[in-house]
Design a protein around this ligand. Structure first.
Ligand code: DGJ
Length: 728
């Protein structure tokens, strides 16, 4: 890895592991984008920017009709002085104008990676792991400075980017848009992959060809959302799991985001991503600055599989933090689908005890333990134990569970308040709202105004009090509605459109304080399942509840789509009851186990109601998972067959040294007289011989990967196999 600057050609060459990213300062300081892709030795202008007089592409330099920003590939473009495409940023002056003109002023290249104050970001553990280029662009007329940060990782094909806007002028500036990145490709032969969805149907894979004009994804919901994940990839038409170019871009942010891909009149493609500019402005007074969230950019010349494994490795090792980052995660039993709000101390201890008997390690008490929460209409914000349900208090319950040699975890929804709560009655203006307007509710609750420091402080105190009151080792941090009437009681009028972003900054501050105060607690984020499955959350909490949909068949798509970006160790996956509570499907315990064992295994059903046989099966699953757990959670993940393409799904987990692997194959519907099934494995060492215990046979890796392996016929819908491979 190195970041170099060639003074003669004024060219920056940023190299990550096997990636090059090249920029050039041209004509009086415009910053042009030259290349992003497979690593090259040197950029020697073989593909230099071409200039031509083009109709309706005006010229910033009047005597040069061949130069227009409208045709120039750029790094951080503006709108309004000859470029008509999507801008990376837009700033309004006090005189109402939105014309700005940033030019290169200076740069520095430093070892390591700077911390982004108040925002989650990937990090380094030693300065040798990465290098950072800081490019300073200036608009002299208004005193606007923009620092563009580029960090390249030595051992990963990762470049991170962000922008820092500083008002060094004498007048107020209003940021209308500040993207984290912009890249202009010089062709349009790409397809775009996005992860769309809904509650209980998150991160479905969508792949489409690009069309002329702008195509975009965004969230306007106050969170990163179930509906669109803050991720997109551009790939070539022939890109597959293990072949072809893949450019993956993921915003490290948990709020409103926007990503756009614009194919212009000359077949060039502009990619821009950052905080959503819709319903957003940010007042920048003289001396103030604004830091955009970070964007992670991964390039793979060998397909989507390697792109995903790069994201996984970065997130597992240099985004997630804390003592649980490298620890295998406990197998848990959660009472939500077992009891919903209807439980008492005996019921909880019965489930926990049964869990212990079956080898489960952690009991999680979900929603309903506080205030007067007998349904979801009340008590959020009142983080005090409900003595009607737990008459001996939380401490006594935790002690009982811990006496069984089980860990204890607890559910919170810290960002919310119910109108029917002590907290709301005390502080009716502490929610996000707009004066004189009705407050729309979602799940009958309001969002606390985390743009206000005193609100954050009170919640930090309330949650901390509970967490200090008993030896709790796990927290599920939920968030169950999206933002409406985004306004704050204390911000001045000209800052009201900052609320959604200030809320996210407040959430990050609260999460930072609580997770730092309780480093021995494993935190799992959640937002009605996977509504906030984003890298911003993973920075504070190393795992996320993947979806409220626990049906094994639905989960094939959800977990497959999630794996495009997010590591297996971040995905909570539970075996639940049948008929499944979300889709009413009945699948075997074996298949539910295989799907849940493909993530962080947990159970979410009333264990006390299981038959003897089912309990034995759970014991077998738990024991099996304990053996394969490090491989599942920290191995390398290979997608073999996509649930979006057919009736079968297959994937595998391979240890870094390739001595061990787990293979899983799932069939959805059976057919009469069905075709023979066989699958080619991936990621193995071709020269190692692997024993597959379940088949009682051994094969070289090259045979398994090139010839493939037969999948035995099992009659019936919803069947699966999970095999363990061990090198001899
Ligand atoms: C939504 C979560 O995703 C569920 O798992 C559960 O915790 C409920 N909230 C509780 O209200």
């Amino acid at each position: 890895m190195a970041i170099t600057y060639n003074k003669e050609t004024k060219t920056f060459h940023v190299t990550a592991k096997d990636t090059s990213y090249v920029m050039q300062i041209i004509n009086d300081g415009y910053l042009a984008h030259l290349y992003w892709g497979k690593k090259i030795n040197e950029y020697n202008q073989s593909n230099q920017i071409q200039y031509r007089d083009r109709g309706f592409s005006p010229n910033p330099v009047s005597n040069d009709r061949t130069f227009s920003l409208d045709t120039l590939p750029q790094e951080y473009p503006a709108y309004g002085n000859t470029d008509f495409r999507t801008p990376a940023y837009q700033v309004q002056l006090e005189n109402g104008s939105t014309i700005t003109d940033l030019r290169y002023e200076s740069h520095t290249i430093v070892k390591g990676k700077p911390v982004l104050f108040g925002l989650p970001a990937a990090y380094v553990e030693s300065e040798e792991e990465a290098e950072t280029l800081e490019l300073l662009l200036v608009d002299d007329v208004i005193g606007l400075k923009v620092k563009l940060l580029y960090t390249a990782y030595a051992d990963l094909d990762v470049i991170t980017r962000s922008a820092h806007l500083i008002n060094e002028g004498d007048s107020n500036l209003k940021i209308l848009k500040a993207a984290s990145m912009n890249v202009d490709f010089r062709d349009h032969q790409y397809e775009m992959i996005t992860l769309y969805g809904a509650h209980e149907r998150e991160r479905f894979v969508n792949r489409t060809g690009l069309r002329y004009g702008v195509q975009s994804i965004e969230s306007r919901r106050g969170t990163s959302s179930h509906q669109q994940n803050p991720f997109f990839a551009l790939v070539r038409e022939d890109t597959r799991e293990n072949h072809g170019d893949a450019y993956g871009i993921n915003l490290v942010y948990s709020g409103n985001f926007q990503a756009s891909v614009e194919v212009d009149q000359f077949d060039c493609t502009r990619l821009t991503m950052g905080v959503n500019s819709f319903d957003f402005t940010w007042l920048l007074e003289p001396g103030e600055s604004f830091q955009t969230p970070e964007v992670v950019m991964v390039y793979s010349s060998t397909g989507l599989g390697d792109m995903s494994r790069t994201f996984h490795k970065l997130y597992r090792t240099r985004l997630c933090r804390g003592e649980f980052r490298d620890q295998t995660r406990p197998i848990l039993i959660n009472n939500w689908e077992a009891t919903y709000f209807d439980f008492n101390e005996d019921k909880i201890t019965d489930i926990a005890r049964k869990g212990k008997d079956l080898g489960i390690e952690l009991f999680v008490l979900d929603d309903g333990w506080f205030g007067k929460r007998d349904d979801d209409n009340t008590s959020l914000g009142d983080w005090f134990v409900d003595k009607n349900k737990l008459p001996n208090g939380l401490e006594s319950l935790v002690d009982k569970v811990r006496d069984m040699d089980m860990q204890f975890g607890l559910w919170f929804e810290p960002e919310m308040v119910s109108e029917n709560s002590e907290l709301f009655r005390e502080h009716p203006d502490w929610c996000i709202h707009v004066p004189d307007r009705k407050k729309s509710t979602g799940r009958n609750q309001l969002i606390l105004d985390f743009s206000r420091k005193e609100v954050c402080d009170e919640i930090i105190n309330r949650i901390s009090a509970i967490l200090s009151s008993a030896p709790i080792t796990y927290v599920k941090w939920d968030m169950n509605r999206h933002m409406t009437e985004a306004g704050s009681a204390t911000l001045p009028a000209e800052r009201q459109r900052e609320v959604a972003h200030r809320f996210v900054l407040g959430v990050y501050r609260v999460m930072d304080e609580i997770t730092s105060k309780f480093p021995h607690i494993l935190f799992e984020s959640c937002s009605g399942g996977g509504g906030r499955f984003d890298p911003g959350m993973l920075y504070y909490m190393p795992q996320t509840w993947t979806s409220d949909n626990t049906d094994a068949i639905s989960r094939l798509k959800i977990q497959y789509g999630t794996s495009l970006v997010y590591p297996i160790s971040s995905m909570g996956a539970h075996v639940s009851d049948v008929p499944n509570h979300q889709v009413k499907r009945i699948t075997s315990l074996e298949m539910r186990g295989h799907v849940a064992m493909s993530g962080n295994l947990g159970y979410e059903l009333d264990l006390t109601k299981m038959t003897e046989q089912e309990q034995h099966d759970v014991i077998d699953q738990v024991n099996y998972y304990k053996e394969i757990r490090p491989l599942i959670q920290f191995g390398e993940f290979y997608r073999l067959l996509s649930p979006f393409k057919g009736n079968e799904t297959a994937w595998m987990f391979v240890s870094e040294d390739k001595t061990e692997a787990v293979f899983a194959h799932f069939k959805v519907l059976d057919e009469g007289n069905s075709p023979f099934l066989s699958t080619k494995l991936q990621g193995l060492d071709p020269d190692k011989k692997y024993t597959i215990a379940e088949l009682g046979a051994s094969y070289y890796g090259d045979e398994l990967m090139n010839v493939g392996v037969n999948i035995p016929k099992v009659q019936g819908d919803f069947t699966s196999v999970m095999w363990r491979l061990k090198a001899e």
